[in-house]
Ligand binder design. Structure first.
Ligand code: GDG
Length: 735
């Protein structure tokens, strides 16, 4: 792997402007820590917004050169872009929607335009700095379009993407006016990582439903490549938290910070005093009012704990100029006031409320002093605070109450799990945490510590980078059989020299794209023109060979000078002659199978039956993608039982199941054609399972070409029907 380029909205460093000039301040965020070894060691570069709007070109140059020393590159954004891309599309559209707050989601074209512009600006900065084959790792919801912009402009790059927030269910994502663009934007990546399996599952489901791509386990099959989806639950810098907690605890009381001494005094002022801690940004996703209501209910239901337990709530101001955040702040202020007013006393405040951020050292002190952490987000991608709390419990004393809506709850199974909307259950969980035996809490903490120590931030970053590397190796295996330019000209050369030649071409998916309604796939003028010229090429037999019924083929190509094989080889029409049935048909079986297929149509909206001379076909391309796939499995099972000892077989094509008389397939029909028309150059092109008969049965010297990716016995493959058309054009024009 070559150089690593990291792209995220913000850089891991801040530029502070003061009277003394500009200075660089590193931020100690998890991402920066995790990627440190890649960033510093591998001559990598980090691209992002430096959080400052330079007032002049000179200032811009100063910022750029300061950042360069830290291997960072700025993408400067105007005030207008920040307003519409960052505050707008990122935080007023994607953030609420991806956290299931549809009522707060704003759909504004001006936001979308700015979002596209900024993603383009990031792409430009990356492209200007990326060497051939470099690796780009894109982070988070502000840059969802970036992978595909890069893919289109620089297909040589290896692209990974990680989403730090939840990916919501299809039912949520479908409300977004730009949903297809967003999903396609992400699919530019080779590997897309999520915190949890649920988010990955939701993403895959949206890809299937919105874009119709096939998915094989965690691989999304695009026309010409695959995108891998995987789960990488982000960890923390465990050793750092553990070390600092040990230091904090071993400090003599008089050397402790003022805040720490205050906490000590509070805890020691009365026997049995307990401290419950919560830390989060003041955001509507964090469930802060719900937490306060649960705490109030706890004090009502368990009055013995009054005067004994306080909730210390560190709430970091966030997006303060946005109305929803101001409303939330007011709601929290009122709730805190109410609880303290109702239950407080001269020497006891039930809720100790900080509306500010605290230095990192204080954070560690809070973590290590708190008996319980109460984290109740309504939705949260991961929630690193939960892991940080566990890591600081060096004496193994403490209980974590964690919302089941936080990604972290998947890994922290020993925590007391709550649905934050269930106020009573949350209050009961507080009681349970307070009354838990030391043994039980110690066991739970140790188990969680073991897990998050092993899969820490360094492991997370290296696992992702390794997985990306493997993905790229798999992509190249996948391209092994791709037809090369050199081979194309060799084939064209042989074609022009051969004395007699036969081309077997499938129709749907090979010469024409798929349509929801199969009858809409009428040949276009360009296709007729191309096929006419192929058919007229010297000593050339053009054979269109398809599963289509002969009536459709006759309507489309009856007037043309082509050889036609319809219904998977049941019917043939050599040019200039009439249609012939290759095997006398017997139809009694249809009376048994048809009602079965009809019952599937009834239970699978969007599916339909097509009747052909030798077969019955159940099409489910227009059905719900998952229901269709499920019903297809059931149908194959049901029909297999019915056709035992009958001269019938089942073919599974692309979104079709065909029950047909056996021995009739494209392979036998094509071989028969060759037997009657001896040829020294044979080529067969097809896209689905039914074409595999063709590839298998034609002579070894045949150029067999599959359209699209996937398993095949064909020797080569091309990406799509457009490539087939270009390839044929090249074949007949090469002299
Ligand atoms: C996104 C996703 C996902 C908090 N208050 C103070 C302070 N903090 C630190 C904590 C913790 C971090 O901020 C907050 O953790 P989150 O998990 O909420 O991370 P975000 O980056 O905000 O959010 C989230 C995460 O990405 C990672 O993928 O978990 O779901 O929304 O590290 O310690 N630090 C200091 N003072 C404070 O007052 N110094």
């Amino acid at each position: 792997m070559n150089r690593l380029i990291i792209a995220s909205n913000r850089l891991p460093i801040k530029i502070n402007k003061s009277e003394k000039g500009m200075e660089v301040i590193p931020t100690a965020g998890g991402l920066a820590t995790g990627l440190k070894s890649y960033h510093k060691g591998n001559n990598s570069v980090w691209i992002g917004w430096p959080g400052i709007m330079p007032e002049s070109k000179k200032e811009e140059a100063t910022v750029t050169s300061l950042l360069e020393k830290e291997q960072c590159l700025p993408v400067f954004l105007s005030e207008d872009l920040i307003e519409n891309y960052y505050d707008g599309y990122s935080n007023a559209t994607l953030w609420p929607l991806f956290h299931y707050f549809t009522e707060f989601t704003e759909f504004r074209d001006i936001y979308w335009q700015a979002y596209k512009t900024v993603n383009e600006l990031f792409a430009e900065a990356i492209i200007n700095n990326a060497g051939e084959g470099d690796t780009v790792w894109v982070h988070d919801y502000q840059l969802l379009l970036l992978p595909n912009i890069l893919r289109e402009k620089r297909p040589d790059l290896n692209i990974g993407f990680f989403l730090h927030i939840p990916f919501p269910s299809y039912e949520i994502i479908r409300v977004l006016p730009w949903r297809e663009e967003i999903i396609s934007g992400l699919l530019g990546a080779d590997l897309i990582g999520f915190h949890t399996y649920d988010y990955a599952r939701h993403f895959i489901s949206s890809v299937k439903r919105l874009l119709g791509y096939d998915v094989d386990f965690n691989q999304i099959k695009l026309e010409n490549r695959q995108v891998f989806i995987d789960v990488f639950p982000m960890g923390i810098d465990y050793d750092k938290f553990e070390k600092l907690a040990l230091e904090v605890q071993s400090k003599p009381i008089q050397e402790r910070s003022k805040e720490h001494q205050d906490i000590d005094r509070f805890l020691l002022s009365m026997p049995d005093r307990k401290l419950i801690l919560s830390i989060d940004r003041l955001d509507y996703t964090k469930g802060i009012p719900e937490r306060l209501k649960a705490f109030r209910y706890f004090l009502q239901k368990y009055p013995d704990y009054r005067e004994k337990v306080s909730l210390i709530m560190l709430t970091v101001p966030s997006r303060t100029d946005v109305e929803q955040y101001q409303n939330l702040k007011n709601e929290v202020d009122v709730l805190v006031g109410n609880i303290n007013g109702e239950f407080g006393s001269l020497n006891w405040n039930p809720v100790i409320y900080f509306y500010r951020s605290l230095p990192f050292e204080n954070l560690i002190e809070l973590y290590s002093s708190a008996d319980i952490a109460l984290l109740t987000p309504l939705r949260d991608g991961m929630n690193l605070v939960a892991k940080e709390y566990i890591a600081t419990k060096v004496n193994h004393k403490g209980v974590l109450i964690l919302s089941e809506m936080a990604g972290a709850s998947k890994e922290l199974g020993e925590a007391l799990s709550v649905n934050p909307n269930n106020i009573e259950a949350t209050a009961d969980a507080i009681f349970k945490a307070l009354t838990m035996s030391d043994d039980a809490s110690e066991k739970a903490i140790k188990a969680m510590q073991k897990r998050i120590k092993r899969y820490d931030i360094h492991k997370w970053a290296s696992e992702f980078v390794q997985a990306l590397k493997k993905t790229i190796e798999k992509q190249s295996d996948f391209h092994a059989k791709k037809i090369s330019a050199k081979l194309k000209s060799k084939i064209a050369d042989e074609f022009s020299k051969a004395k007699s030649k036969t081309l077997f071409l499938d129709y749907d998916g090979t010469l024409q794209r798929f349509f929801g309604n199969p009858q809409a796939a009428v040949p276009d003028a360009d296709l007729y023109d191309l096929l006419d010229r192929v058919a007229e090429a010297k000593n050339t037999e053009l054979v269109l060979i398809s599963g289509r019924d002969k009536e459709t083929f006759d309507r489309w190509f009856g007037e043309r000078n082509y050889n036609l094989i319809a219904e998977h080889g049941a019917w043939k029409r050599e040019r200039g002659t009439e249609w012939k049935e290759r095997k006398p048909s017997h139809n009694e079986w249809k009376e048994i199978i048809l009602p079965v297929l009809e019952s599937y149509v009834d239970r699978t909206p969007g599916s339909l039956i097509e009747e052909k001379t030798y077969s019955l076909v159940w099409h489910y391309r227009k059905a719900d993608i998952e229901l269709g796939a499920l019903r297809a499995l059931e149908l194959v099972h049901d029909v297999s039982n019915l056709i035992i000892n009958q001269d019938l077989e089942i073919l599974e094509g692309s979104k079709v199941i065909e029950v047909k008389v056996s021995g009739i397939n494209k392979g036998t029909a094509a071989t028969e054609f060759l037997y009657e028309n001896s040829t020294d150059f044979v080529m067969a092109i097809g896209d689905d399972w039914t074409d595999e008969f063709l590839f298998k049965e034609l002579p070894e010297t045949t150029y067999t070409i599959k359209v699209g990716t996937g398993n095949s016995v064909a020797k080569y493959y091309v990406d799509n029907y457009k490539d087939v058309r270009m390839f044929l054009e090249n074949l007949i024009t090469t002299k």
